[in-house]
Design a protein around this ligand. Structure first.
Ligand code: ATP
Length: 256
């Protein structure tokens, strides 16, 4: 089922039309990728989902509710969390303090569950317990962050900062995690690690929408991908299908 639906989305920057009527579905529990060259409109699309860029027309539906042009803070609170762009690590804080910043919008949660006799009861998860649970989840994916939790974030390498950025987004307990070019500026080996972990995050049940220029690596982990060119979707399909489409790879995606 699509947890996130984009319908006829149009976005302008003044007289420049950056996104020209696109449709996308993000199914729950999947990795969906938006790929394409520089200036294709990838970042604009993902930033409109997090509410940072305003939509001219069309709809962005999350769990059936229209969320286009809502305040970014409200969108985060609903469970759509973008890993901070350009990493945006708070250098003066420690690694763990940075992670805790990501948990700012969490509240106590209530869920109706059935006991052994089928009687419904309300289960409350206290905010504090949820934060600890999420910290453990993040440290499970990124053990290096646990080792360095008391260190100033400014002392981390580029790859570790990217891990911290993803970790910080996970601390918001996202129903949809948005990643904008997590491989940017990182060495190939580190890129591979990050992509492996993104896949693991999905395997643990989260939904991920990722924007990337690194098409090859992304298609390997993506369940479904959309290829954008000049604001339009020129092709779409499963990661596997697109990865095997040599013509497409050569024409649009390069082989990086
Ligand atoms: P990149 O990987 O380079 O970020 P992209 O596919 O994410 O590329 P966008 O950044 O979404 O592409 O840009 C889409 C189009 O919108 C481009 O023509 C770009 O020049 C333009 N654009 C992006 N941001 C702005 C802005 N703030 N003001 C005006 N035009 C913009």
């Amino acid at each position: 089922m699509a947890i996130l639906e984009i319908r006829d989305l149009i976005i302008d920057y003044g007289i420049i039309r950056a996104v020209k009527g696109i449709n996308m579905d993000v199914n729950e529990g999947s990795i969906v990728a938006i790929l394409g060259a520089n200036g294709a409109g990838k970042s604009t699309t993902i930033r409109s989902i997090s509410g940072v860029v305003k939509v001219k027309s069309g709809h962005i539906r999350f769990d059936g509710e229209n969320i286009e042009n809502k305040d970014p803070f409200r969108i985060t609170a609903k469970g759509i969390v973008q890993a901070p762009e350009g990493r945006m690590i708070l250098n003066g804080l420690t690694v763990e303090e940075n992670l805790l910043v990501g948990a700012y919008s969490l509240k106590n949660t209530k869920k109706t569950v059935k006991d052994q006799d089928g009687v419904e009861k309300i289960e409350v998860t206290k905010r504090k317990n949820l934060v600890n649970q999420l910290l453990n989840e993040v440290y499970g994916y990124f053990p290096i962050l646990r080792e360095r939790k008391k260190q100033q974030a400014s002392t981390l390498s580029g790859g570790e900062q990217q891990m911290l950025a993803i970790g910080r987004a996970l601390m918001g307990n996202p129903k949809v995690l948005l990643l904008d070019e997590p491989s940017l500026g990182l060495a190939p080996l580190i890129v591979r690690d990050i992509f492996d972990i993104v896949k693991r995050i999905k395997d643990e049940g989260r939904t991920i929408l990722i924007v990337e220029q690194n098409a090859y690596q992304t298609l390997k982990i993506a369940d479904y991908a959309y290829i954008l060119e000049l604001g339009k979707i020129i092709t779409e399909g499963t990661g596997e299908k697109l990865l095997n489409d040599e013509q497409l790879i050569n024409a649009y995606l390069g082989s990086s």
